[in-house]
Design a binder for this molecule. Structure first.
Ligand SMILES: [Zn+2]
Length: 486
């Protein structure tokens, strides 16, 4: 998951397109009405509501199918969870450029084929190839102790013997700016209490730039999460070409607080940071995908999925094997139920979401000539589903809201003001309506980008509900008569 992946928080008004009584969609009523109407009346606005599948008509038309999908997803007690666990256990974490990622992508393609998905493809994408190498952080004064740490993705290495320097602790960028004259030659530690991912993630993303501007020789960011069992959190970071590059790493909340306490007592804290990270030449990776082909408009696509790559810690189960698997399992479920929608549904595992974001734009470019009805991303963990965030026109929102009402029986029918995701941002920028799966994210940032991102953090019944939600939304969005209005 990346910051700002919700389509930029664009707020959209809910459209008031609720004009047609649902009986209008019933053929008998329709033909009787048509027979009774004059030509003048046929040309009236009433006539257009007869042929369109108005939002209000969707729940009645699709309630039985939605309930079947939900029941079938819930009857399968752990199918999707087992698959997340298999993907996570077989290949482990899957950083861009790694053999594990490409092995996982090949396995995903082969397993999609076994499941009967069609047009299974791996589409080449060149991705950044950063490797962590050996790394450590040692407290050397006022006493010696090795501290758990993770270099941040994209960071440069330290010199071979490491960097030993005094630590300066700040709570914010503002405090660093005020005390900039003290930072020269030191290691700046950002010790910000948890607010949210956007706020705390900023110290990880741009902390090295601000620290280097103040003359620091390295920087450390307190892990971005609301709860810690001494887990550092990795993630992407960036440099500014006009500012000296310095090494940048994550420390645990516990150690950041300890260092602050030591300094507050008047002690001088010194650490040795040693990192051997390298940026290698770009490597070959792939977006991986498979389809349930549409019965009437197979060239029009509802695309959904998550990212197949992960950070190089834990197993990337929650972030984001779960997102890929629920999309793929949703198609498997629809096939099992014999449900073939009007348009094609495509499940995609995008590559390189975490440290480059190359998969999304590559998908857009490779599929530029296709008509996309809708794009759906799942990258917030497959916990208990709540609904979706949606970004699109008011008229499309009315249709999506109507479809989502069929998810109310499992409390997953809420459509938020905006939504999308890092991997579908590129295709959404071409005008495709986009949405992101919303879940109960209470525990997501406990484990995000840590060694603790393992399958046991996910609940099989919650994962099955995510499958149900993706399947219902994708099926109906792919099956309705009309194109989602842009
Ligand atoms: Zn993610």
């Amino acid at each position: 998951m990346s910051p700002g992946l919700d389509g930029g928080r664009r707020t959209t008004e809910i459209g008031g397109i609720r004009t047609s009584p649902r009986t209008m969609d019933m053929p008998m009523v329709r033909s009787a009405l048509l027979a009774a109407l004059s030509f003048a009346a046929v040309a009236s606005p009433l006539a257009s509501s007869l042929s369109a599948q108005a939002p209000d008509a969707i729940p009645a038309k699709y309630a039985t199918i939605a309930n079947r999908i939900i029941a079938a997803a819930q009857a399968d007690s752990a199918g999707a969870w087992n698959r997340i666990a298999e993907l996570s256990d077989r290949f482990g974490h899957r950083l861009s450029g790694s053999k594990a990622l490409e092995d996982a992508i090949r396995w995903t393609a082969a397993t999609m084929e076994q499941d009967g998905l069609v047009n299974v493809k791996r589409e080449k994408v060149m991705v950044p190839h950063w490797v962590r190498g050996a790394e450590s952080l040692e407290l050397v004064a006022p006493r010696r102790q090795l501290l758990p740490m993770l270099g941040l993705g994209g960071s440069i290495a330290t010199p071979a013997g490491g960097i030993t320097a005094e630590v300066m602790v700040v709570a914010s960028f503002e405090e660093l700016a005020q005390r900039a004259s003290e930072a020269k030659g030191k290691i700046v530690l950002y010790d910000a209490e948890w607010r949210d991912y956007g706020y705390n993630g900023a110290f990880r993303r741009t902390g090295a730039i601000a620290a280097a501007k103040a003359g620091a020789v390295a920087s450390l960011a307190r892990a971005a999460g609301p709860y810690s069992m001494r887990t550092p959190h990795t993630g992407n970071m960036s440099y500014d070409s006009t500012v000296t590059k310095i090494p940048h790493a994550s420390v645990t909340s516990e150690d950041a607080m300890m260092i602050r306490r030591m300094i507050n007592r008047g002690e001088t804290v010194r650490v040795t940071l040693t990192m051997s990270a390298q940026m290698l030449p770009d490597a070959e990776s792939h977006n991986v995908m498979g389809e349930l082909r549409g019965r009437e408009k197979p060239d029009e696509i509802v695309v959904m999925g998550g990212h197949i790559d992960s950070w190089d810690v834990g197993q990337g189960a929650m972030d984001d094997a779960g997102g890929v698997v629920v999309a793929w399992e949703a198609i498997r479920l629809l096939k099992k139920l014999g449900l073939t929608p009007r348009r094609t549904i495509r499940a995609v595992g995008w590559t390189n979401e975490e440290n480059g974001g190359r998969g999304g734009p590559a998908y857009r470019d490779a599929h530029r000539n296709e008509v996309h009805q809708l794009a759906i991303e799942s990258d917030g963990g497959v916990f208990s589903p709540l609904g979706f965030g949606f970004t699109g026109s008011p008229a499309a929102r009315a249709i999506i809201t109507s479809i989502a009402s069929l998810l109310n029986p499992i409390n997953a029918g809420k459509i938020e003001a905006s939504g999308g995701g890092a991997d579908i941002a590129a295709i959404m920028a071409t005008g495709v309506p986009g949405m992101g799966l919303n879940v109960d994210g209470t525990r997501y940032f406990w484990f995000h980008h840590t060694d603790a991102d393992t399958p046991d953090k996910l609940n099989p019944a919650e994962v099955q509900r995510c499958v149900a939600v993706m399947a219902v939304m994708a099926y109906i969005a792919a099956d309705i008569e009309q194109a989602l209005p842009r």
